[in-house]
Ligand binder design. Structure first.
Ligand SMILES: Cc1cc2nc3c(=O)[nH]c(=O)nc-3n(C[C@H](O)[C@H](O)[C@H](O)COP(=O)(O)OP(=O)(O)OC[C@H]3O[C@@H](n4cnc5c(N)ncnc54)[C@H](O)[C@@H]3O)c2cc1C
Length: 379
């Protein structure tokens, strides 16, 4: 997809986001346009039936999506997460089938790992057959996801443990949906419902990877770069909307407003530099599979910086714009609700702690991140 078409698509999504939010709808139109633009298969290389090497294009798309609509950004990020898990853990035959289905039919995927006490059990019932029991919570995309990747406790004759599986398209209709508990401050359009898988039977071929693969590093924690990119897109939009308001309302010459917008611009650019550097380090890791701990610490730092950037910029924007920033239909009101909600990502304290542990384990703090001797091999 060329840059002009991408920017046209993103602008359409940005305009529609306000309508979708006010009507508390699922972003059907937005996802339809994404499908029509073939963005659901954009990361797949059809020659190798694997994902393209290099993350910068994808990170840019995630940023643009986050700027246009955080619920759409969340759903697209979940789709990309599923593609990456398939790429890393599925065998080539599974990849051929799944990726060609996604290319040809623009199927929408999601990854649902979060659960409560009634979580998912994958119980072997006969050779090669498994019956699912239990529920997942915060399932973004809900019943609109066509190929959900879920995790659960595998109980079989051979092995027990945390296992990924894909619910095949023809069985998705049998998942029971509970939307009654989804009443968040923001992100309503992400339709992150509770889903009950009890009674669905899957085959050996629907299991992806081995037990415990889901939490393997750096794939598990370094994925935080993707949601940080979506959040960064939103905070960039906060800067844009604040800038627009100050100019349109004739308040741009005020000294206090200049100081606040200077801080916002500095923070947003700092965020961009962090995300860009983390993207380079991710690609270097993919090229050489070295310095895993360093990458994890770097991505954890990036995630924490972006979260603080978002919180500070929301505060600065509110002070600059005043009550209009908190009233519908101003876009800042929606972005504030959505971003406040989407900033709630798992274990933020643990991310900071793991960076501290990494830094204190180093002999030399001057060479903790550099890894320029590796090469990136494009697809
Ligand atoms: C809009 C939205 C969409 C989502 N979509 C999906 C999805 O599609 N798939 C999916 O799997 N999940 C999804 N989730 C769930 C998400 O991945 C997180 O699990 C969830 O948001 C965690 O939020 P939390 O603030 O409760 O995190 P927590 O990790 O519970 O953090 C809350 C606080 O508790 C602290 N803390 C964490 N663990 C401990 C501990 N053991 N002891 C003491 N303190 C602790 C943290 O540092 C933090 O201060 C979604 C969430 C949202 C908001």
């Amino acid at each position: 997809m060329d840059d002009n078409s991408l920017h046209y698509l993103v602008e359409k999504i940005r305009i529609q986001a306000q309508i979708t939010d006010l009507q508390e709808l699922f972003p059907h139109k937005e996802l339809g346009w994404i499908r029509d633009s073939q963005l659901l298969s954009m990361p797949i290389c059809s020659q190798t039936m694997g994902l393209r090497k290099g993350s910068s294009q994808l990170i840019d798309v995630l940023k643009l999506m986050g700027g246009a609509s955080l619920p759409v950004g969340r759903i697209y990020e979940g789709h990309v997460n599923a593609l990456q898990l398939i790429n890393v853990y599925a065998d080539q035959e599974q990849k051929n089938t799944l990726f060609s289905d996604i290319i040809n039919r623009q199927l929408l995927l999601g990854v649902w790992n979060t659960q409560q006490a009634d979580g998912v059990v994958i119980r072997q019932i006969e050779e090669g057959k498994y019956r699912l029991e239990g529920c997942k919570t915060f399932c973004s995309g809900g019943h609109w996801i066509q190929l959900p990747m879920i995790t659960g406790q595998l109980i079989s004759k051979q092995t027990n443990g945390w296992q990924m599986c894909i619910i095949p398209l023809e069985k998705v209709k049998r998942i029971s949906v509970d939307s009654s508990g989804w009443k968040p401050l923001g992100m309503r359009a992400s339709a992150s419902y509770k889903m009950d898988f009890t009674g669905i039977v899957i085959d050996r071929n629907d299991l992806i990877g081995q037990v415990s693969d889901y939490y393997r590093q750096p794939y598990f924690s370094a994925g935080a770069l993707r949601f940080a990119a979506v959040q960064l897109g939103a905070v960039q939009m906060i800067l844009q909307e604040t800038h627009r308001f100050l100019k349109d309302s004739g308040r741009a010459d005020d000294t206090f407003q200049k100081i606040r917008i200077a801080e916002m611009a500095t923070l947003v650019e700092t965020g961009n530099l962090w995300v860009s550097r983390a993207t380079v380090l991710t690609d270097l890791w993919q090229g050489a599979c070295r310095h895993t701990e360093s990458l994890l610490a770097y991505v954890n730092m990036t995630r924490s910086v972006i979260a603080e950037t978002c919180i500070r910029c929301m505060d600065l924007a509110e002070r600059s714009v005043g009550i209009s920033a908190l009233m519908q239909p101003h876009p800042l009101e929606r972005i504030h609700r959505d971003l406040t909600t989407y900033l709630k990502q798992p274990a933020p304290d643990a991310a900071v702690l793991s960076t501290g542990t990494y830094v204190l384990n180093q002999q030399d703090v001057n060479s903790m991140w550099a890894d320029s001797d590796c090469s990136i091999r494009p697809c």
